[in-house]
Design a protein around this ligand. Structure first.
Ligand code: NAD
Length: 389
């Protein structure tokens, strides 16, 4: 079992604790003292460096990397190499020489301990960090949203292609068996044509000045951070197809916090066959009477999939028209790093065996095209706006 470093057991709780990243690290040494030293690792495990040591890196990814089979945590880049980076190296058992400042990511090139660089910084920094990682000749994973614009995504995809390295997204849900069952049903059209979808992912941020409320760092409000999960789920439920057009409305209820980005985004995605997805995402709590802050439903001609708990780190629950979904063989699904461990192992396997990742940069770009159309519609009083490819 990994040390209990996670600040909370659910994505929703975590969103409410965005300021707790430093506190999470403060917990780490105690947890590490309680844990025994990690056993020697087989040499075939690929080394991963985390770029950005905030809440998600420390709470989810680093602990997940203690349970992975094909990769392990071997390095980090941080604003604070001498302190936070050093502490991270001691807690997670990698050499302090593998800690870098952000502006030295390219120097990872000469470090054979690092095979993969995982970018977990604020959204607008993903582009520069991915480009630096590619210039180091390392394979790259970047967190969602992939960047803050389609142009960002194009730059990252080109940099990785030119460097001959793989670029993957941190789309953890794609490695959750519940979502994989949805993807399978959609791909094989087991329930026939898609008819309608709806979804919400909301949290509560009441922290003026947090980077998620600053457009220069976040690129936007909850649609970038949480709404992207609903968008991505709808594309998966549509068998990978993108909506052709969108309508959207952005709202701010607390202008003292949300002067720069939307606080709430309501959006409708329209697919080629006429199916629609009604989406809602908010940093001000869930939609009144909406049925939950963390849900997704897809209705098809001959059946449905309903996720009352769709996007948490654990505790996913889903029912289909055939009955409740259950995966008793996924013994670790109650752990709040199991999606990440599966995601990380899958990427390591793809790198090691030279297989293309199932969550490539192009997938993140596709979602960013939808987000750009949503912002364009919201800016244009909810006008129907085509999604560019
Ligand atoms: P966080 O605020 O907890 O951490 C951000 C990190 O970036 C910190 O270590 C901070 O020091 C660093 N940083 C570097 N430059 C910075 C700057 N100029 N301003 C502020 N911080 C700076 O954020 P987080 O929740 O860990 O999110 C990081 C990324 O991970 C985001 O892109 C987010 O969308 C993504 N994320 C993904 C998931 C998921 O489930 N896949 C969950 C949470 C976050």
């Amino acid at each position: 079992m990994p040390p209990a470093l996670a600040p909370s057991s659910s994505r929703r709780q975590f969103v409410g604790q965005l300021a707790a990243g430093a506190a999470a690290l403060a917990l780490a040494p105690a947890a590490a003292r309680a844990a025994t030293a990690p056993p020697p690792l087989p040499s075939k495990k690929l080394g991963i460096a985390l770029v950005g040591l905030g809440g998600y890196s420390i709470g989810q990814l680093a602990p997940a990397l203690q349970r992975t089979q094909h990769c392990r945590l071997t390095g980090a880049a941080t604003r604070d190499p001498g302190n936070k980076g050093r502490q991270m190296a001691q807690v997670f058992g990698f050499p302090e020489k593998n800690v870098y400042a952000y502006d030295k990511i390219a120097a990872m090139k000469d470090n054979p301990d690092i095979d993969i660089i995982y970018v977990v910084t604020p959204n607008s920094l993903h582009r520069q960090d991915v480009v630096a990682a590619a210039s180091a000749g390392k394979h790259v994973i970047t967190e969602k949203p992939m960047g803050v614009s389609v142009a960002d995504c194009d730059t990252m995809i080109k940099a990785c292609r030119d460097a001959g390295v793989q670029l993957g997204l941190g789309y953890r849900n794609n490695f959750d068996p519940y979502f994989q069952e949805m993807m399978r049903i959609a791909r094989w059209k087991e329930f026939g044509a898609l008819k309608a979808m709806s979804g919400e992912f909301s949290g509560n941020i009441n922290a003026p000045g947090a980077w998620r409320t600053q457009k220069a760092l976040s690129g936007g409000g909850p649609i970038m951070d949480l709404g992207v999960y609903v968008i991505h789920a709808s594309v998966l439920a549509a068998g990978g197809e993108s909506p052709v057009s969108v309508t959207a409305k952005a709202t701010v209820k607390r202008p003292q916090i949300y002067a720069d980005v939307e606080e709430i985004m309501e959006f409708t995605l329209e697919f080629a066959n006429g199916a629609k997805c009604d989406g809602f995402t908010s940093y001000g709590g869930s939609k009144p009477g909406g049925g939950g802050a963390n849900r997704f439903r897809a209705d098809y001609e001959r059946g449905f999939l309903n996720f009352p708990e769709a996007f948490n780190y654990n505790g996913t629950s889903a029912t289909t028209s055939r009955g409740p979904l259950s995966f008793p063989n996924v013994a670790d699904s109650s752990d709040n790093t199991y999606q990440q461990a599966r995601q990380l192992d899958d990427f390591a396997h793809c790198v090691r065996d030279n297989v293309p990742t199932s969550v490539p940069g192009e997938m993140g770009r596709q979602d960013m095209c939808i987000i750009e159309a949503i912002y364009a519609s919201a800016k244009n009083n909810g006008a129907r706006t085509p999604v560019k490819a």
